[in-house]
Design a protein around this ligand. Structure first.
Ligand code: COA
Length: 159
C-alpha cells in the first residue's frame, strides 16, 4: 500500500488543489489530505471550516482528509506515509518548494517529496487571489467548487 500526504493550508481549496489531488490519487493507493492548522497564515476559514469545505468537495474513494499541527514530517511519519506530494504551478513555486522539500528531507530522510504539475489552466490560481476576487464581489466559480464559492460569499458578508 503506497500512501502519500497532500499537505496545505487550503484557505480555501481550489480547483487547482483538486487537480493535484486527483493526480496523487492515481499515483498512490491512499492519499491523506493534511490541512495545516496554521495560525501564522491568519486564515479566513478555521481549520474545521476548511475540513468541511474539503470533505464536501472531494469524492475520491482512496482519499481521506484531516487536520494536523506541528511538523509535517512528524505527521507523515505517524501516518506511516511514504511520501509528501506537492503541486508546482509555475517556475515561481520552485524555490519555495525546493527549500521545503530539502528541509523536510533533512528532518526525515525516509519521507520523499514528489511534485506534480497541475493543469496549466490553474497556473495563476491561488487561494489569496480567489479571496481577493470574492471579497470585491467577483465571480470565482471558475476557480473553486460551488460550496466554496458560497462559503466565500458568506465569509465576506459578515466581515
Ligand atoms: N492550485 C491552486 N493553488 C495552489 C496550488 C494549486 N495546485 N498549489 C499551491 N497553491 C497556492 C495556494 O492557493 C496558496 O496560495 P496563497 O499563498 O495565495 O494562499 C499557496 O499556493 C501555497 O499554499 P498551499 O499549497 O496550501 O501550501 P502552504 O504553503 O500554505 O502550506 C505547508 C505549506 C502546510 C505544507 C507547510 O507550511 C508545512 O508543512 N507546515 C507545517 C510545519 C512544518 O513542517 N514546517 C516546516 C516545513 S519545511
Amino acid at each position: 500500500m503506497r500512501h502519500c500526504i497532500y499537505p496545505g493550508t487550503f484557505d480555501p481549496i481550489t480547483y487547482g488543489h483538486l487537480d493535484v489531488l486527483a493526480r496523487a490519487a492515481k499515483l498512490f493507493d491512499r492519499v491523506t489530505v493534511a490541512i495545516a492548522d496554521n495560525p501564522g497564515k491568519d486564515p479566513l476559514f478555521s481549520a474545521a471550516q476548511r475540513l468541511d469545505l474539503l470533505q464536501n468537495s472531494v469524492k475520491l474513494p482512496n482519499v481521506t482528509i484531516t487536520t494536523f499541527g506541528g511538523l509535517l514530517v512528524d505527521f507523515a511519519l505517524a501516518q506511516k506515509a511514504d511520501a509528501i506530494i506537492r503541486g508546482l504551478r509555475a517556475l515561481s513555486d520552485f524555490e519555495f518548494e525546493f527549500n521545503m522539500a530539502l528541509m523536510n528531507r533533512h528532518l526525515q530522510p525516509a519521507i520523499e517529496t514528489i511534485f506534480v504539475m497541475p493543469n496549466e489552466q490553474f497556473s495563476y490560481t491561488s487561494s489569496s487571489l480567489v479571496k481577493q476576487v470574492a471579497k470585491y464581489g467577483g465571480d470565482v466559480s471558475h476557480f473553486v467548487p460551488p460550496n466554496v464559492a458560497t462559503a466565500l460569499k458568506a465569509a465576506f458578508k459578515v466581515r
